[in-house]
Design a protein around this ligand. Structure first.
Ligand code: PMP
Length: 441
């Protein structure tokens, strides 16, 4: 099994845990954000003396910065195998920003259209559509897998009104990996476009957007730099040139125009027209370095390594009594390295807190910004949801999530399994300890 720990910053820092002790952090919260690669930090440091505001300055540094900024589009294009004739790359803040941009842009031209999202989505691929469109959702089965049959039924039912199918490439809750090309084919068959929320897919699995003429082509792709080993603040939106070329940009201001008079505006060419204001040049330098390093390692290798680790974890987790695993159980065939579970009789936030305080394991617990999906996976009834609605500060239903990055290893999983065994075998002790003043849900 390859070990990529040395490629990542901060994997050897010690953090405080219970009883005044310190331990090395075990970060199993990579679905929230990934730590930066060493190559990324080096690229930032190397570029720091040379950076300047892009596209407007005439100075040497400004030219250099502009060059790197635009060259990063080539790196992105190569990384996702984009069709350069059909698509444009717009740099944004993050996935949320990207999806909001598409929603606003499409609302300029689509009237009486329906957006087909799914019950598996992160709120960022649901709420931005609600404000501008009628929306419907593809159903999920008991395991939380997207139903392609239901997708087709909905496409038929709306009789051509569905203009976009917008789904995650991989779920941030169950790790379920969508057959994006099958969904693309189906959407196109019914005259709709497809958007893939790639926030979780892109850092953990190879992706191929395929050429425009292919029926399996991905029309829109969104992802975040901070989930792909670069720092916060940069994201990528890829979409059809002909959509963004026409009409007004979603945001206007500096950098978006060619000519302005008091009563006339000529917008700049794409993608500049859609990148209002001074861009995050250092963030883009970082993103460039991250994608190049991942490409050198090979996304196939990363995926294989993370899935092996996931398989190992699941096989051990399955043997612990009272552990309930959500999603596809032990099956790793359509999956990225995410596992969500609960321990019967313990609130998820207590489990997460014990992991952190006893052994320095960072996980995420709760609803992971995907409340409708959690409601389905937990089979919550309307009355359960109403109770929570009436008392939003009451303990949330939810789960514990473990999400791997390329630098996690087997010994970390062993530590995790050991503490879980201890928790399960000493439930009442831990409930007492972590429900006391030490800890509030
Ligand atoms: N979609 C998915 C599937 C995600 O996991 C996330 C982040 N958890 C987002 C969208 C939103 O990403 P960001 O916060 O970087 O905009």
């Amino acid at each position: 099994q390859p070990n990529y720990k040395h490629l990542v910053v901060g994997t050897d820092v010690s953090i405080p845990i219970i009883n005044g002790k310190y331990t090395k952090e075990i970060n199993f919260d990579n679905a929230a954000t990934t730590p930066p690669l060493t190559s990324v930090m080096n690229a930032i440091n190397d570029f720091a003396p040379w950076y300047s505001s892009i596209h407007r300055g005439t100075g040497y540094k400004s030219h250099l910065s502009s060059e790197i900024y635009d060259a990063t589009r080539k790196t992105v294009s190569h990384f996702v195998n984009m069709d350069n004739d059909y698509s444009t790359i717009i740099f944004v803040k993050n996935t949320t920003d990207a999806i909001n941009k598409v929603s606003t842009k499409l609302s300029q031209t689509i009237s009486n259209g329906v957006i087909l999202s799914s019950f598996m989505e992160h709120h960022s691929n649901d709420l931005p559509w609600r404000k501008n469109f009628q929306i419907d959702y593809i159903n999920v089965n008991d395991k939380g897998n997207l139903s392609i049959k239901d997708c087709e039924q909905k496409l038929k039912k709306y009789n051509g009104r569905i203009r976009l199918v917008t789904i995650s490439g991989a779920s941030n809750v169950t790790g379920y990996k969508t057959d994006i090309h099958d969904f693309a084919k189906l959407a196109h068959k019914y005259g709709a476009k497809i958007l893939i929320d790639g926030a979780q897919l892109i850092p953990h699995s190879p992706i191929d957007m395929k050429p425009d003429y292919s029926s399996e082509h991905i029309d829109y792709l969104a992802f975040s730099g901070h989930k792909i080993y670069a720092p916060f603040g940069t994201g990528v939106l890829i979409g059809p040139k002909n959509v963004f070329k026409h009409g007004n940009p979603t945001q206007s201001g500096g950098g978006t125009v060619k000519i302005v008079t008091p009563n006339y505006v000529m917008w700049d060419d794409i993608p500049y027209k859609e990148e209002a204001g001074t861009p995050n040049i250092m963030g883009i330098v970082a993103l460039n370095a991250a994608l190049k390093t991942l490409n050198e390692i090979g996304m196939d290798n990363i995926e294989k390594m993370e899935i092996n680790l996931t398989e190992y974890t699941l096989s051990r987790l399955n043997r612990i009594k009272d552990v309930v695993i959500y999603g596809n159980g032990k099956d790793c065939s359509n999956r990225i390295g995410i596992i969500t579970f609960n321990i019967k009789g313990l609130h998820h936030s207590i489990v997460a807190n014990i992991l952190s305080k006893e052994t320095g394991i960072s996980v995420r617990s709760g609803c992971f910004c995907a409340q409708p999906y959690i409601q389905k996976l937990l089979h919550l009834k309307k009355t359960d949801i109403d109770i929570h609605k009436n008392n939003p500060n009451s303990p949330h239903p939810g789960m514990v999530r473990v999400s791997f990055g390329l630098y996690n290893d087997y010994s970390e999983v062993d530590t995790f399994i050991d503490i879980l065994n201890k928790i399960v075998n000493n439930k009442s002790y831990y409930i007492r300890k972590y429900s006391s003043k030490d800890f509030e849900i």
